[in-house]
Structures are given as structure tokens and as C-alpha cells.
Design a protein around this ligand. Sequence first.
Ligand SMILES: [Zn+2]
Length: 180
Amino acid sequence: MHRLLPVRSTQDIRPQHRETPVGLLLEYHNLGREYDTYTQAQLLIGMCMDNRKHLHMPDNFAYIIRAGGANLRYSEFKVSYAIAVGGVKSIALIGHNQCGMVNLVARRELFIKGLVENAGWEQDLAEQHFMNYAPMFEIGNEIDFVLSEAKRLRTRYPKIQVSPLMYKVEDNLLYQIREN
Ligand SMILES: [Zn+2]
């Protein structure tokens, strides 16, 4: 976690985030900046579906795509829509610690048993479902993943600012990430 840079005052906001929608997000969420009024989205946020996370920001400020591990690889049309039609010029990609999409194989039995018992699936279909999809949704390491996903999105959408951030579930704050 040594790569995480906290935001405890506006001085902590890195130069590349200042005067940008990402900097505003950091101010709204971490620093309690008073909400401005928006009629149009300024930002696209990609974040995990995890139930422990909630962002503090004004109405109309951002599009949000929530997908396990903040993995936008399978949400590309929605990303394109927010940029092309919604007019956003920045993406904040927010990973978080203790993410369920890390080491999925360790929860294989739990996943299969849960689908059988909670959803009424047949055992073999539940096993196939896990085996087919777990490799697509596994993220490995939360910070490394969000950095690599940010790189991928920058290549895909070269005129868009893409900022990887982390959300710590212990303090519910956003952190910048030192990129090499
Ligand atoms: Zn997660």
C-alpha cells in the first residue's frame, strides 16, 4: 500500500489532478468541499460493485459504471457512450482494497455452493459457470490492476484523462496512486 498517496488537504492533490474533475472528486469526497451545481456530467467513474463503497459528490456530477474490480474491459460501449454522448473528458478508475475479484479461485467452492443453494442452479452448470468466467474477472492485485486498466483505457481513448485511484474500505477515503 506504499504507493498510495493520501488526500488530507488541497495541497495533497497531485498537479495532474488539479483543476480537473478528478481533483474535484477528491475534494468532494475526502475534503468535504461544498457541492457545486451541475447540469452536465463532468466525469466518468469506474468502480467496483462492492457494497462497502459510497462516494460523496454532487448530483449530476458523474456517470458511474460499477463492475467487479473496477474492470471496464466488458463495459466498453458504456464508456464510449459517456465520452461520445455524455461529453465527459475524464475517467476516474477507482479500485479498492479487500476486493472480491482478487484470488477468485479461493472462493470457487463457496461460489458453486451458493449458486446451487441460493439460486437453484444445477451443480455442474454452476461449476462450468465459475470455470468459464472466473479467469475473465480475476484482477490479481487491486493496485496493479487499476494501473494496468488505466493504461489500457488511455490507449483506447487517447484524448481522455484517465486517473487510477484507490478506495480504502477501512476509512472510506480515496487515495491517489504513485505511477511509475
Ligand atoms: Zn471489489
